[in-house]
Design a protein around this ligand. Structure first.
Ligand code: ADP
Ligand code: TRP
Length: 330
């Protein structure tokens, strides 16, 4: 039996926050540790990020930062392949092949496209095409499992649909050969209890809302963010619990302990926030320190990306060749 393959990616578009961590990145590490003998790929989706970051210095800085983030949370380059999307040209090549079988009306149904359209933005082709490049990212590696946050679910469905369509048009016609489908159908892996981490204003935590708690925040930054949490009594059903505080707190402390604490400190928002600062800091501190240590040696980090690119290229080039043969350009 062939090994299971897991792949995920994050765009280097800003400072990682605890929503990214609990919604997606933490699972990368958990899966790495539970799936010792699977192939694991963790990508820096810089070509996707280029839709948002159009400044070379900034792109380089954010890319290195994300590599540091991956390493600091515990992605181990000995067990997983960490690489940058733009280092593996098969991604954009395969995306082009997919472009020729994906229709415009189908892409127009994508949430991200509809959101951009609703904001009356001038949409660039890269944003429109985003799901196609993401399908290429996933399908090139024979990926079965894609750990992501809830908001990425539709993108995985696009990848599945594109794989099905490609296999249907170009794959083996003989049903007995079904075992040799060119592209495997990936599944998303979404942790339900943290599907959407709320921000300090109670909405989804997101860089674009300015409501985040940075994943590697200093004690001062944690304090500032927590003090900024919008407190509400949560209404009668929440029993006077400030839910915006509680919902973040439960990410770093068991609900059993929290129930006790919130009952004891009922109505004392300041004390509850102070307890949250303490618990967040205890949680973040070891990762923050590891990251600071790694940041002292950026050359080493770039070397890890270089090695990762070589490893990823090997797998991706073979699958691209198969796809090119299937369509008849090879
Ligand atoms: P942002 O909304 O801050 O721009 P991204 O779109 O870059 O975040 O998301 C990167 C990854 O983190 C994705 O897999 C996404 O699903 C996950 N993610 C982002 N925000 C949250 C959140 N608030 N709760 C859960 N997962 C999240
Ligand atoms: N679209 C993802 C996000 O915004 C990032 C991404 C790009 C990705 N390619 C991927 C995630 C492939 C999983 C698999 O978070």
């Amino acid at each position: 039996m062939s090994k299971k393959t897991l792949l995920s990616g994050v765009k280097p578009t800003g400072t990682a926050h605890i929503g990214n961590y609990f919604g997606a990145m933490k699972q990368f590490v958990d899966l790495q540790n539970t799936h010792r003998d699977a192939n694991k790929f963790f990508m820096i989706a810089d070509y996707h990020g280029l839709n948002f970051i159009q400044n070379a210095e900034e792109m380089r800085r954010l890319t290195l930062n994300l590599a540091l983030d991956y390493l600091a949370i515990g992605i181990d380059p000995k067990q997983s392949i960490i690489f940058k999307q733009s280092d593996v040209s098969a991604h954009t090549e395969l995306a082009w092949i997919f472009d020729t079988i994906v229709t415009m009306p189908y892409l127009m149904r994508a949430h991200a496209f509809k959101d951009a359209e609703a904001k009356d933005k001038e949409i660039n082709v890269g944003t429109f095409n985003y799901p196609v490049l993401m399908a290429a990212d996933i399908l090139l590696y024979g990926t079965e499992v894609v750990p992501v946050g809830q908001d990425q679910k539709q993108h995985i469905e696009y990848a599945r649909d594109i794989a099905l369509k490609f296999n249907h048009i170009f794959g083996p016609k003989n049903p007995q050969e079904y075992g040799d489908l060119i592209f495997k159908l990936p599944e998303p892996l979404i942790m339900e209890n943290v599907a959407t981490v709320p921000g300090i204003d109670g909405r989804k935590m997101s860089k674009s809302y300015g409501n985040t708690i940075p994943l590697f925040a200093s004690r001062e930054e944690i304090t500032k963010a927590v003090m900024g949490i919008v407190t509400d009594s949560g209404g009668p059903e929440a029993g006077g619990i400030p839910m915006n505080v509680y919902n973040i707190h439960k990410l770093v402390k068991s609900e059993e302990k929290l129930k006790e604490l919130y009952a004891m400190q009922k109505g004392k928002y300041k004390a509850l926030k102070e307890a949250l600062i303490e618990d967040l800091d205890a949680f973040i501190k070891p990762m923050r320190e590891r990251r600071a240590e790694l940041a002292k040696n950026p050359k080493k980090v770039l070397k890890i990306l270089e090695t990762g690119a070589k490893q990823a290229n090997k797998v991706a080039a073979a699958k691209l060749e198969e796809a090119k043969k299937a369509v008849g350009v090879l």
